[in-house]
Design a binder for this molecule. Structure first.
Ligand code: FE2
Length: 265
């Protein structure tokens, strides 16, 4: 089973890149299932129902998230119907939505987790992973671990090695050079990276970020522009055993045509 995972889609540049590259990659690489992290897709802060609908039209099967999931309040009622949108499984049980579910008639499961270190999670991601794995009745499980530190991500990967097909780190927006298959067959990368404009500070206009750090004054973090890329991974999983056959990091430059609605973030 071939799975495309697209790293954190940041604002309009990220959305435009996936609109072009996801359909292309699905064809060229015989992709069976597409997961994207979409929590920064609305101008860096959350996701809207309109964007969710667009993502479905691009052929995206599952949208994971993280600490920005509640930024756009209009997404909350969508959790009633939008079964392909996940929030971290280690948020409170009473929070809207779910943190894990199966797709493709139960053939593949996706678990979304958030780190505890420097992140606002409530419950332990390790315990939440144990709980969700026991409920998903498939060997093919992909985990999006949305976390700040390399250490926490690697520790979870070691903890789950052989029990899930892949653990893909997200949130830092910087792709790491450590895509690998762990000894018991689980694919891992510390961070899949960002999909958006790289002439920026992790997606934000550089001057705004510099102002924030040099002046200490909160800034409106506008979406950057230029050097647009898709960052992510391509996975190949043996669907009978759930073991990973291959993990390949993707960094694809995609110059964008002129934007006819330049004011939308
Ligand atoms: Fe995040």
């Amino acid at each position: 089973m071939r799975i495309l995972f697209v790293g954190d889609i940041f604002g309009k540049p990220g959305r435009r890149v996936v609109s072009m590259l996801v359909p292309e990659l699905k064809k060229s690489d015989n992709v069976d299932f597409v997961i994207v992290n979409g929590e920064n897709s609305a101008g860096g802060f959350g996701i809207t129902p309109k964007i969710l609908k667009k993502f479905r039209n691009y052929g995206i099967d599952c949208i994971t998230s993280g600490n920005h999931i509640w930024d756009k309040k209009e997404i909350i009622p969508e959790f009633e119907n939008a079964l392909n949108l996940l929030r971290p499984a280690n948020y409170p049980e009473s929070a809207p939505g779910k943190g894990a579910r199966t797709f493709m008639d139960g053939k593949i499961g996706v678990i979304n987790l958030s780190g505890k270190t420097l992140m606002p999670s409530i419950d332990c991601p390790f315990k939440a992973a144990d709980r969700e794995i026991s409920k998903l009745n498939t060997p093919n499980i992909i985990v999006d671990f949305h976390a700040e530190t390399c250490e926490e991500k690697r520790a979870l990967a070691e903890y789950l090695d052989g029990r899930v097909s892949a653990i893909i780190g997200t949130h830092t927006h910087v792709q790491t050079a450590d895509a690998q298959i762990l000894p018991k067959g689980t694919a891992f990368i510390t961070d899949a990276g960002m999909t958006g404009a790289f002439d920026s500070v992790i997606g934000v206009v550089a001057q705004k970020s510099m102002n924030y750090f040099t002046l200490g004054i909160p800034q409106r973090f506008d979406t950057g522009k230029g050097n647009e890329q898709l960052n992510g991974v391509m996975l190949d999983i043996d669907e009978n055993t759930g073991k990973a056959r291959e993990i390949k990091a993707l960094r694809i430059n995609r110059p964008l045509p002129p934007d006819n609605k330049p004011n939308e973030d």
